[in-house]
Design a protein around this ligand. Structure first.
Ligand SMILES: [Zn+2]
Length: 106
């Protein structure tokens, strides 16, 4: 997905190349799969070493704008999007934050 305004990279606050929704999920308490989607950005600075990102970043440098009618772009996009790693959900993070808040550390 792309928009008129370039997305902002949440890691370096720089200008990212594109924003995409990728499948994301975790196992719930009963072991059932909770499936959803989450947004990720492709950042030319932060993702230069990420799997399958370099070729897509290079594609943007050459062509400028995303073009979903370009077979090469779609191939590179799918390759990157399927290898993006999203950190697993930390189910203890909210409790830890509440404890820190109650102690006055937050
Ligand atoms: Zn970045």
């Amino acid at each position: 997905m792309t928009s008129a305004e370039p997305p902002v990279c949440p890691r370096c606050r720089g200008e990212a190349l594109l924003w995409a929704r990728v499948p994301y999920g975790w196992a719930n308490r009963e072991g059932g799969r909770v499936a959803g989607r989450t947004g990720v950005v492709l950042c030319p600075a932060c993702d230069a070493q990420a799997p399958n990102a370099a070729a897509l970043i290079t594609w943007f440098h050459v062509h400028g704008q995303a073009d979903d009618e370009d077979e090469e772009f779609v191939r590179l996009l799918v390759g990157w999007a399927t290898s993006v790693s999203v950190p697993p959900l930390d189910e203890h993070a909210p409790e830890a934050e509440i404890e820190r808040w109650l102690r006055g550390d937050l």
